[in-house]
Design a protein around this ligand. Structure first.
Ligand code: ATP
Ligand code: MG
Length: 388
């Protein structure tokens, strides 16, 4: 019978907490396959998905490949773990390559033949049924893997496909992603979710300076992230009044820095209101003036109660773009709509802002009422993974 064999990696490191991580992973897998017909089995060190409709196999594999915490999968033939059943199946294999090897692994040490001896015997059977083929132990074109598990089943497969890796979604808690319409922040959201952090998102728009399309673009990006994170609660806040006030009252080279500080303060409030434990941004060290060490000191400095996670901090734009393409956000990110940060953009933003100067510029603003007014404009949209 066909089956999908699933392996999980880093969960092995979790000692006594392992069962919590495992139960989250299992729940996430079942949730991802909701609506499909299948059976799920846990056996030591592996999970098995079987009894699905054969025509749904590709779709199920695609979905499993978006589950964080799964390390790799193999499409396998599942047979009873007896010498005879395994031999019978091996005898049906028709190779498409000139050489091969058989690799046997026994999780079940009670299996009556040693791995080495059994591999040799099975190799002989393959040779008999594939005239002209040779055994090649060091660099085989095909490896026939026979994995004998403790559930008294053996799994026979010739390829191992990589999955996401990482940790089960939710195992690190929940945070707030600052989501712009750019390339970086969706990638930051994906990477931090891969480490187990569930995410909600916050987007600032400056309507009517920014268009409806700019907002739709952000909705589309959040929707794409749902392929991985299942659901995103997106908070949308108007930044128009804040930007106008900064534009009127503050020195232009400090405009972006002050904007960022106010964004951070609003983000912290939204985290408190929604029980979120971290702020996540798409900043990368040195990428632009607002992402220098000094800029991050003064923008991060206003957040008193939460950590700020910057998963892209040490990445090059090229690397970030590659991930954006892989996760399917790139094409949407490069659509040419204005982001609120590009409205009233100063010619010479300060590269090394200081706290004193930020505080001086902010003394010209009524910060509390600007922040409260912005929070009043909050709209919330809940996006869910679409079953496609
Ligand atoms: P991105 O590609 O993510 O837009 P960027 O390279 O354009 O990033 P900045 O515009 O400096 O960089 O923004 C840095 C980070 O600040 C973004 O990655 C994002 O996390 C946050 N941010 C910027 N603009 C917004 C916005 N309009 N709404 C929410 N968060 C934003
Ligand atoms: Mg941006």
């Amino acid at each position: 019978m066909r089956a999908i064999l699933l392996r999980f990696g880093e969960l092995y490191l979790k000692g006594n907490n392992r069962y919590i991580f495992e139960s989250m992973l299992v729940a996430n897998i079942k949730n991802k396959l909701q609506g499909e017909q299948f059976k799920f089995e846990k056996t030591f060190g592996r999970y098995v998905v079987r009894d699905y409709l054969p025509e749904k196999e590709d779709e199920i594999v695609c979905k499993l490949k978006t589950v964080f915490g799964l390390y790799s999968i193999s499409l396998a033939e599942e047979v009873d773990a007896t010498v005879e059943d395994i031999k019978n199946y091996i005898a049906t294999i028709k190779l498409a390559t000139k050489n091969f090897k058989v690799a046997v692994k026994r999780a079940d040490k009670k299996f009556p033949i040693s791995s080495m001896d059994f591999a040799k015997e099975l190799g002989g059977i393959v040779l008999d049924n594939n005239k002209g083929c040779e055994v090649e132990l060091y660099n085989p074109q095909t490896t026939i893997n026979v994995d004998i598990r403790l559930n008294k089943k053996a799994y026979i497969f010739d390829s191992i496909e990589k999955c996401q890796g990482g940790l089960p979604l939710g195992s690190a808690g929940k945070g707030l992603l600052l989501l712009s319409g750019g390339i970086d922040s969706p990638v930051a959201g994906y990477l931090i979710a891969k480490r187990g952090l569930k995410i909600e998102a916050l987007h600032f728009h400056s309507y009517p300076y920014t268009s409806e399309e700019a907002k739709d673009k952000v909705l589309e990006l959040a929707q794409k992230l749902c392929d991985y994170v299942d659901e995103i609660k997106l908070h949308i806040v108007s930044f128009t009044k804040v930007q106008e006030a900064i534009h009127v009252h503050c020195r232009s080279e400090y405009m972006i820095t002050i904007m960022r500080r106010i964004m951070m303060r609003i983000a912290e409030k939204i985290c408190q209101q929604n029980d979120l434990g971290a702020i996540v941004t798409g900043e990368s060290l040195g990428q632009v003036a607002s992402q220098t060490m000094q800029s991050m000191t003064v923008t991060g400095g206003v957040v008193k109660t939460l950590p700020i996670f910057r998963p892209l901090l040490a990445m090059d734009k090229e690397e970030i773009m590659d991930i954006a393409k892989e996760i399917g956000t790139y094409q949407t990110s490069i659509l040419p709509y204005e982001d609120c940060c590009t409205v009233f953009l100063p010619k010479n933003p300060v590269i090394k802002p200081t706290i004193d100067k930020c505080e001086k510029e902010e003394s010209f603003l009524d910060l509390d009422s600007l922040i409260n007014e912005a929070l009043q404009t909050e709209e919330v949209v809940v996006l869910k993974r679409q079953n496609n």
